[in-house]
Structure formats: structure tokens, C-alpha cells
Design a protein around this ligand. Structure first.
Ligand SMILES: Cc1cc2nc3c(=O)[nH]c(=O)nc-3n(C[C@H](O)[C@H](O)[C@H](O)COP(=O)(O)OP(=O)(O)OC[C@H]3O[C@@H](n4cnc5c(N)ncnc54)[C@H](O)[C@@H]3O)c2cc1C
Length: 331
């Protein structure tokens, strides 16, 4: 096991909310390390919809998932946070008041005053259907996420599912694919009615196909799929699901797989452990990036009390505070 890394704050999850927390903590001179299971930074934005536009980030009329991730990385650059990717936080142990020892599945140990859980919906897991031999095609002909739309240009694509992601990708890929077929168990969809209506319009005008059924088998050679037994030779696309993972074992209260928090600082039932972004729940909670940003700002104010118990915190604006501007490297 490697030597413990000592840090003010350990952030679990490098999605947009974990990233913006680095900024708010940094303004208050609080140093952070971040751990993420993924091999990349950006959480859902980078893993599930890097090329899709987001229209509701305040002050930014349009930005893609990847674009937002890059902008956040640029914004937090002055604070020199350290990222530990491809690692999953497994355990949190209380060692002080507050003080925590956090361990990852790679054997890395952190000792910190404050833990910020920004773990979203947990870890992304492929929605692997019970089709014999499917592993052989994963990454080459069978996909669980669309990382690059171009990869699907001029291909025959079979999209399996009836939820928002399945319908979203059907509508996004239809214009560039050779042919898209949507396959669902029944002719009834959980997705947004507007998307379902659009999809039905495309089917009615002969621009795509809708089939009712299930994939029962795959045929191909060397990872290249030639046929899925749903009649045809389309490429199946199944999607990702989220699994809470070890969060359930961290000794904090959970409510329907979410972490209940109070709303003055988004602290959990354990002093010094905060939860921000999609992972938390409170009356009126909205799973929006902008809400997670707000939660990060309030969290940082309370974290300051734990990291610097003897220092008084003076509220300052970035526009007018020369000390904040110095930290940002702009003055
Ligand atoms: C298709 C789609 C479109 C969307 N469009 C919008 C939109 O237009 N506007 C909007 O505001 N929101 C949108 N959202 C929602 C938005 O993406 C989420 O609200 C946001 O990503 C939540 O950020 P987060 O940082 O809380 O969590 P996430 O982005 O989920 O990141 C959490 C990170 O934590 C990591 N993690 C989990 N468990 C552990 C562990 N034990 N150890 C280490 N790492 C861990 C995960 O790997 C992940 O990278 C959309 C979501 C989807 C799927």
C-alpha cells in the first residue's frame, strides 16, 4: 500500500460538480485531490454525451459536454488540483473530528479534513444484455456509449432500448447513419413524448425502422459483427446504466440510493462529509449541473471552517478582490 497523501479535501468524482468544487475551494485556499473511476475527467458530460449541446449553463448559451469539461479544467487550472483516474474510492474511515482516511481500489490512501462526494449516479456500467458471446464484440461492433458520432457514419445501427438515451441517440445518429433501427421489447416508450413523436415521424416517412423484440444472438468474426438475430445485420447499441457502488458502505445515511443533505452547506449526516451534484437529495432537488455548482459554492464556505478553524472567512467578489485575483493568477 502506498504512503498516505495528505490533503485538505478529497473529492470523490471528477464530473462537472466535482470540478467546480475545486474552484470554489481554491478561492478559499483549500487544496483538493480528486479520484475518479473513469480514465477521463468530466463525469456524465464526457462519458455519456461529449458531443451533445447543453443549453442551460448560466451565461453560456451553448456548450457541448466535452466543451464544458474543458472550460472547467481551464477555470480550475490556477488551483493545481491532483487527479487520480482509473481508481475507485472503496472505503472512508473517520480518524479525526473531522478527519478521514480514504482508500481506493488501487491501494492509494488519502488523509483529509473534508470529503466531498460528487459521485453522480455512481459508476457507469454497460447494460450488457444476456446474449451469449457479446463480450467479443464490445468496443468494435457492440457499444454502450456514443463517444464519437463520426464512428457511426454510414453504418447500419441497431439501437436497443426504449428510454431517453435510446431515443436520443436514435434521433442524433439517424441523419448520419446508413440506416438506424430502433429495437424495443414493446411498442411503448419511457422516453420524453416529444422524442417518441419525432422517432415515429421518421418511421412513418421511411427514414428509419422500428422493431419490437429482443436481441437473442450475435454472429460475426474477430469482434466484427455481421448479424444480430433480430433479422438484419445492424450494429447493436445498448447503453449504460449507473451503479451506486461502494457509496453504500461509507457509513453515511442513504435514501433511495442518494445521499440526503441539509441545504445550508450540503453536508451529510457525518460532519465533514459533504455531497454535491446528482448524488445528493433534499426537498426540491434538481439534477442539473447549475444546481451542483451552487451546492459546491456553499459547501466550500463550511469546509473552510474545518480546514482553517481559527481563521475568519471574509466574503469577497472575484471582480473586486485583489487577493482572489492573485490566487487566480490574473493580478
Ligand atoms: C444525455 C444527458 C444529457 C444531459 N443534459 C443536461 C443538460 O442539458 N443540463 C444539465 O444541467 N444537466 C444535464 N444532464 C445531467 C448532468 O450531466 C448531470 O447533472 C451532471 O453530470 C452531474 O454531475 P456530477 O458531477 O454530480 O456527477 P457525474 O457527472 O455523474 O460524475 C460523477 C463521477 O463520479 C465518479 N464516481 C462515482 N463513484 C465513484 C467512486 N466510488 N470512486 C471514484 N469515482 C466515482 C464517476 O465515475 C463519475 O465520473 C444530462 C445528462 C445526460 C445523461
Amino acid at each position: 500500500m502506498s504512503e498516505a497523501i495528505k490533503t485538505d479535501v478529497l473529492i470523490i468524482g471528477a464530473g462537472p460538480c466535482g470540478l467546480f468544487a475545486v474552484f470554489e475551494l481554491g478561492l478559499l485556499d483549500i487544496k483538493a485531490h480528486l479520484v475518479d473511476i473513469l480514465d477521463k475527467i468530466g463525469g456524465q458530460c464526457a462519458e455519456l454525451y461529449p458531443e451533445k449541446p447543453i443549453y442551460d449553463i448560466p451565461g453560456i448559451p451553448f456548450v457541448t459536454g466535452q466543451g464544458l469539461t474543458e472550460a472547467l479544467m481551464q477555470q480550475i487550472k490556477p488551483f493545481g488540483a491532483t487527479f487520480h483516474l482509473n481508481e475507485m474510492v472503496e472505503t472512508i474511515e473517520k480518524i479525526g473530528d473531522p478527519g478521514f482516511r480514504v482508500k481506493t481500489d488501487a491501494g492509494q490512501v488519502f488523509e483529509c479534513k473534508v470529503v466531498v462526494i460528487s459521485a453522480g449516479g455512481g459508476s457507469f456500467q454497460p447494460k450488457r444484455p444476456p446474449v451469449p458471446g457479446i463480450e467479443a464484440y464490445e468496443g468494435s461492433s457492440v457499444f454502450y456509449a456514443v463517444r464519437k458520432m463520426e464512428q457511426f457514419r454510414d453504418k447500419n445501427i441497431l439501437i436497443v432500448g426504449g428510454g431517453d438515451s435510446a431515443l436520443d441517440w436514435t434521433l442524433n445518429l439517424q441523419p448520419i447513419a446508413k440506416r438506424v433501427t430502433l429495437l424495443h421489447r414493446r411498442d411503448d416508450f419511457r422516453a420524453a413524448p416529444h422524442s417518441v413523436e419525432q422517432m415515429r415521424g421518421l418511421v412513418a416517412s421511411g427514414k428509419m425502422d422500428l422493431k419490437i423484440g429482443q436481441v437473442t444472438g450475435l454472429e460475426g468474426d474477430g469482434g466484427v459483427l455481421s448479424a444480430a438475430t433480430v433479422k438484419g445485420n445492424e450494429l447493436p447499441f445498448f447503453g449504460l446504466t449507473m451503479k451506486l457502488g461502494p457509496v453504500a458502505n461509507w457509513g453515511i445515511a442513504l435514501e433511495n440510493n442518494l445521499v440526503p443533505v441539509e441545504t445550508s452547506a450540503f453536508e451529510t449526516n457525518v460532519s465533514g462529509i459533504f455531497a454535491i451534484g446528482d448524488i445528493n437529495t433534499y426537498p426540491g432537488k434538481l439534477k442539473l449541473i447549475l444546481c451542483g455548482f451552487h451546492e459546491g459554492a456553499l459547501m466550500a464556505q463550511k469546509a473552510h471552517r474545518y480546514v482553517y478553524p481559527d481563521k475568519r472567512l471574509v466574503f469577497q467578489y472575484t471582480t473586486s478582490s485583489s487577493s482572489l485575483q492573485k490566487k487566480l493568477g490574473v493580478n
